[in-house]
Design a protein around this ligand. Structure first.
Ligand SMILES: Cc1cc2nc3c(=O)[nH]c(=O)nc-3n(C[C@H](O)[C@H](O)[C@H](O)COP(=O)(O)O)c2cc1C
Length: 214
């Protein structure tokens, strides 16, 4: 598998996450090329089996540079992508000390949903999504404790999704075997034991063209 990874890191946290992701994937013999999004022409992204987009949050949205780049992406419909953002750790309300609820956070923090809307509007298909939190009151980090483990879990999910898709591809043409095979669109696919399901591992029907050699 060959992954092209595009981030829009300003203070270095997203770049660190990208390097950790690459290190862990390389250990599994998977090629990852990391770029800052401003270094590439979004209309002419290099070929890959999977595209990974990583943006910092800005006022509830992906940073402008990433948003604009995503809108220019021209990739064939069905191309697989994953999202790994860096977002500010939720803070208690300054007056009440109350932490925002999940519902309140979802309203004001739309970094991942906006990235999904843009990419899926262009026919791309999501394989996985997650966020790594940036802690403290400033914007510069450090990253949340145990962030490398979170990257590891993300790597495992991507790999599991690729393997599941390869199984499905191997079974194409054998309808009875496909019917008997475990579903590859399970939201729990590749999830670490005990970790919450993100429900994002959407593996479409049909051949896994993003995994060239099963
Ligand atoms: C002006 C500004 C606005 C920000 N707004 C948000 C936000 O709405 N949501 C969020 O999660 N993080 C927000 N952040 C924090 C960034 O997500 C954080 O700085 C970034 O993830 C760090 O990544 P980087 O080191 O790769 O640039 C904001 C940061 C700045 C400077």
């Amino acid at each position: 598998m060959h992954i092209e990874y595009f981030h829009a890191s300003k203070y270095g946290n997203g770049a660190m996450v990208a390097e950790e992701f690459k290190k862990q994937m390389v250990a599994k013999d998977i090629t990852v090329n990391v770029h800052h999004i401003r270094e590439v022409s979004p209309k002419e992204l290099p070929p890959a089996d999977l595209y990974l987009f990583s943006s910092p949050g800005r006022f509830g949205k992906p940073i402008g540079h990433m948003r604009r780049a995503l809108k220019k992406v021209r990739l064939p419909a069905g191309t697989k992508y994953a999202i790994l953002t860096t977002e500010a750790e939720p803070q208690p309300d300054k007056k009440t000390g109350r932490m925002p609820t999940e519902e309140e956070l979802a309203k004001r923090q739309r970094v991942i949903p906006i990235m999904n809307e843009i990419l899926q509007g262009r026919g791309l298909v999501k394989v996985a999504e997650d966020k790594i939190l940036v802690t403290g009151l400033g914007w510069k980090g450090p990253l949340e404790e145990g962030w490398q483990k979170k990257v590891e879990a993300f790597v495992v999910r991507i790999q599991a999704a690729a393997e599941a898709a390869a199984v499905r591809r191997a079974l194409v043409g054998h309808p009875r075997a496909v019917a008997a095979a475990p579903s590859v669109s399970s939201p729990d696919c590749g999830r670490q034991p005990g970790s919450p399901s993100t429900g994002d591992e959407t593996i479409p029907e049909g051949p896994a063209s993003w995994l060239p050699h099963p």
